[in-house]
Design a protein around this ligand. Sequence first.
Ligand SMILES: Nc1ncnc2c1ncn2[C@@H]1O[C@H](COP(=O)(O)OP(=O)(O)OP(=O)(O)O)[C@@H](O)[C@H]1O
Ligand SMILES: [Mg+2]
Length: 456
Amino acid sequence: MSLIKEVEERKAFERIGAHSHIKGLGLDKNMKVVFKKDGMVGQTKAREAAGIIVNMIKEGKLSGRTIILAGPPGTGKTALAIGISRELGVNVPFIQMSGSEVYSSERKKTEVLMEALRKSIGVEIHEVRKVYEGEVVSIDIETRPHPYNPYQKVPYKVKIRLRTGDEEKTLEAGSSIAQQIIGHEVVEGDVVQIDAETGRLVKLGVCLESERGKTLDIDTQQKVPRPGGKILKEKEFVYTLTLNDLDKMAAKQRSGGVFSLFFGGVESKEIDSEVRLEVDKQVKEWVDEGRAFIHPGVLFIDDSHLLDLEAFSFLSRSMESELVPIIILATNRGVTKIRGTDVLSPLGFPLDLIDRSVIIGTMEYSPEEIREILRIRAEEEKIKISEEALDKLVDVGNRSSLRYAVQLLSLAAQDAKVNKKNVVSAENVTKVSGLFMDVGEASEYLKKYEEKLLKI
Ligand SMILES: Nc1ncnc2c1ncn2[C@@H]1O[C@H](COP(=O)(O)OP(=O)(O)OP(=O)(O)O)[C@@H](O)[C@H]1O
Ligand SMILES: [Mg+2]
């Protein structure tokens, strides 16, 4: 295969995001909240509520419902949604988007939402497919500067070395697989399956024969034996695609007709509604024949107050149809105007939508909770910090916001590093909090210099 090449050693890619410490909702076997577990701290009521939701989703009792996460900025709404996604397991689709993403110059709002809804519905199909399958021996993600933001690095290529009982090979793939590897937190020792046609990656579990499989005692992850046979195989097996995968495949098949001879099979930015109807019909047939099962997943729309009336009404309408996921909307707004109208409404959402939703509220954190979250973040970013420095950051978090305190932590660590110190001290925190402004300070500053600033 031309896909297979030798790989050289390379430094592992550091994967730290704002929520990378969240591994789940931190509940015990009886679904009771443990104060600090799975990277989650406090926020007891919201986490317990989220736990109930997770159970209902797993039992398939929630499809077509809306859950609203409401609370002040930085109180863990996004963290909670990520926690829910971690609890659902890798094969239940969890799609995350921001309300602002519906505004695209190339596609209609409803099209963006429709695609997101269909990405959130898994279809477990029993059929013969070609897949790459094996235990991950090494992952080498190459990043390059974002085309529009050179300071941000994005993954664009990945070399992933897989091993089965019979062979070991390196596959080279593009950014979509690289992103899935990061998204699913695939590491050495995991067993993965990559669909040869769609490129969709599924993490099957930790390989029993790997180092991690042998040492990992806590049963948080499923363990699976190392696959036998070839890495690229054709076999009858259970596979979970999404409705959107099926839409794209059907659309491709269509454009591969006579038109492709003349126009080179130009891919359309939007999928025909007819194609979707066909896919739905096909899937329903498969379900009737017992060859497919539907797994409604979750569509999480962060900053949902950015959606407008058209988007809300599209979502409400979609919830009535047969094939729908669970929709989670997060917002930090109180009573505000629904975008694009003069109508005041709680959360900036239409009342009829609120009426058919369950609302989970997040509360502001106590100093003790802020301290524990900062400790977790320090651990996650491999930062050593003195107790006095932590005291100062807790103080900042209390006065300003948790998010600002988390940001200052990284900045203070950078300052310590520049000064060749291993441990972040109170001075580092004082210094960076003097250099940067929080929201309150920034608006004070702008007010003070209002006269001198440019006006439109
Ligand atoms: N209960 C928690 N346990 C651990 N970490 C948390 C918790 N709540 C929030 N965090 C972390 O604190 C930071 C801010 O939280 P997050 O982004 O989830 O807030 P948010 O409610 O979504 O805010 P916004 O309204 O501004 O979107 C994140 O890094 C998040 O992972
Ligand atoms: Mg958020």
